[in-house]
Design a protein around this ligand. Structure first.
Ligand code: NDP
Ligand code: BG6
Length: 516
């Protein structure tokens, strides 16, 4: 039978006035990146700095001082970054913009555990502070593997980066994952707090800075029509997905120890869960929003470790094919143990025991080497209470769904039932769809760099949220890593939708996943 016609109502973005939509250019500042020879600096931070400069959002007085163990000249550093930015932004790259930016990039090599190296780094930073007139404002960006965090933070604390400058802020950006479990997360937070105050610490979760993730709170709390429905009376369940086509790439060293639960759930998926489920804060300011996100974690029902199989499905990709190209199994990837038990996929049922959400399951899933790259929050509303059309038509009416697309095609769509045009009386599901124009989307790293320069912590994670999410997940992770938890890996093919057992997790509840 032919698919019923589904007309699409396309949305347009209506720009607000300058006063509501403009972004202030931050005050002058310097940025010291630790781990500047690495992947994050090249693939994310440098392109973000380029776009900020191109869009005139980077302060004119600005310098970036990259540091890592690799010995490199300024020229070599600038050249590797140029290649990386050109590769990331082939259509936007312009030599004249790059040259003006690259003139403010410098490199200084250090060993992360060598105190004298940090003294030299401080002198170099001071010299650049004066040369570029950045007034002492300084951001430390830790783009190093977690194993090096403590060394770097402790040494930053031992060197007086305020020496020679009278004023200015000191902010530190620290990338996820913050720790490996609850104990290491507490230790990292303790080290950070020994050197910095909470208002200086910017714990990154780049999902929070994605355009349509920022939109979740606006959408929920700036429209009167959704909030009255946003609860157990009208919502049947919620599905939160972050699926990737990419495999482990060159990150086996980290990923083999992390696995999907640490890499994606403890941070990104839990933050999406919090934004979807939280109560409206009284004010849209960092502290209030963080408080409400925290309360969600406080209400998450602890996972029943003796009935794990009913709540969680893990997977690891085997060989498969994507777009006609053969893909290796996870265990065949460079740096991965041939008998690795590291999960690259997980599906998890989360229950939130509070007044608003009692009884509404939140299904979270994420995996590598899946059929599609897709991150979204899907709200499944309850069916209509009484089917008055049942005498006219046999089919069940599809309940309404609201999909908040995080990526790709940032936007949202709402499925609704309408009468199909024509003589025959029947209903049709149509989509009201809104897609952000690509040109107005600020990348996550542009957003966080700007916010950190401007001292806005709203899109970052507070220490207590890191602690609580680890408290919830650490027992679960430990239980799944024990021999008592059966793992039959690999259990899904690269390029598929994940393990079949994940379907069973929902079918047990009489539901099914949105197709990837
Ligand atoms: P890399 O593995 O590329 O490491 C960054 C740099 O750190 C390397 O260039 C290397 O520089 C140094 N380094 C690597 N391993 C060690 C080690 N064992 N001891 C000391 N130094 C080491 O990491 P990424 O750039 O990918 O990531 C940095 C941080 O950002 C990590 O915390 C990661 O989890 C996080 N992150 C990364 C993302 C990404 O897309 N890459 C996305 C989100 C978060 P040198 O040898 O010159 O000292
Ligand atoms: C990172 C994870 O935090 O997020 C990676 O460490 C993952 O494993 C990445 O690939 C996904 O981010 P994005 O923005 O591409 O969805």
């Amino acid at each position: 039978m032919a698919e019923p016609h589904k007309p699409e109502i396309r949305g347009t973005i209506i720009h607000g006035s300058e006063s509501t939509c403009s972004i202030d250019v931050p005050a002058p500042c310097g940025l010291i990146i630790f781990g500047a020879s690495g992947d994050l600096t090249h693939r994310k931070i440098a392109p973000a700095l380029y776009r900020l400069r191109k869009n005139r959002l980077l302060p004119e007085s600005f310098f970036m001082l990259g540091t890592a163990r690799t010995a490199m000249s300024n020229a070599a550093f600038r050249e590797t970054l140029r290649a990386a930015v050109q590769e990331s932004l082939p259509d936007e790259f312009r030599n004249e913009i790059w040259d003006s930016l690259a003139d403010s990039f410098f490199y200084h090599s250090i060993a992360y555990d060598d105190a004298a190296g940090y003294q030299h780094l401080q002198k170099r930073a001071l010299e650049l502070t004066h040369r570029f007139g950045t007034g002492g404002n300084l951001i430390f960006y830790l783009a190093v593997p977690p194993a090096v965090f403590t060394d770097v933070v402790t040494h930053i604390g031992q060197v007086n980066f305020s020496d020679g400058v009278r004023e200015g802020f000191r902010h530190i950006v620290i990338e996820k994952p913050i720790g490996h479990d609850i104990d290491s997360a507490l230790a990292i937070n303790k080290t950070l707090r020994a050197v910095f105050q909470e208002h200086q610490i910017y714990r990154m979760d780049h999902y929070l800075a994605k355009e349509n993730v920022q939109n979740i709170l606006m959408f929920r709390f700036a429209n009167a029509i959704f909030e009255p429905l946003w609860n157990r009376n009208f919502i049947d369940h919620v599905q939160i997905t972050a699926s990737e086509k990419l495999g482990v790439e060159h990150r086996a060293g980290y990923y083999e120890r992390a696995g999907i639960l640490r890499d994606m759930f403890q941070n990104h998926l839990f933050q999406l869960l919090a934004l979807t489920a939280m109560e409206p804060p009284a004010e849209f300011v960092a502290g209030r929003v963080h408080d409400e996100r925290m309360k969600v974690f406080q209400s998450v029902r602890p996972f029943q470790l003796d009935r794990l199989l009913e709540h969680i499905v893990l997977g690891q990709y085997g060989r498969g094919s994507m777009n006609g190209v053969d893909m290796p199994a996870y265990r065949e990837e460079h740096g991965v143990a041939r008998d690795s038990m590291t999960p690259t996929y997980a599906a998890l049922r989360v229950m939130i025991d509070n007044w608003r959400w009692k009884g509404v399951p939140f299904y979270l899933r994420s995996g590598k080497r899946l059929a599609q790259r897709c991150a979204e929050i899907a709200i499944f509303f309850k069916p209509v209470p009484h089917l008055m059309f049942s005498r006219l038509m046999h089919d069940q009416i599809e309940p309404n769904t609201l999909i908040l697309r995080v990526q790709p095609n940032e936007g949202m769509s709402m499925s609704i039932q309408v009468k199909n045009p024509g003589s025959r009386l029947c209903l049709n599901t149509v989509l009201m769809d809104f897609t952000y124009p690509r040109s107005v989307v600020l990348s996550e790293y542009e957003r966080v760099l700007l916010d950190c320069m401007q001292g806005d912590q709203l899109l970052f994670v507070r220490a207590d949220a890191v602690t609580l999410s680890w408290e919830l997940l650490t027992p679960l992770i430990r239980a799944t890593e024990s021999d008592a938890y059966p793992k039959y890996f690999p259990n899904y093919a690269a390029g598929s939708s994940g393990p079949v057992e994940a379907d069973a997790l929902l079918s047990l509840d009489g539901r099914s996943w949105r197709p990837l």
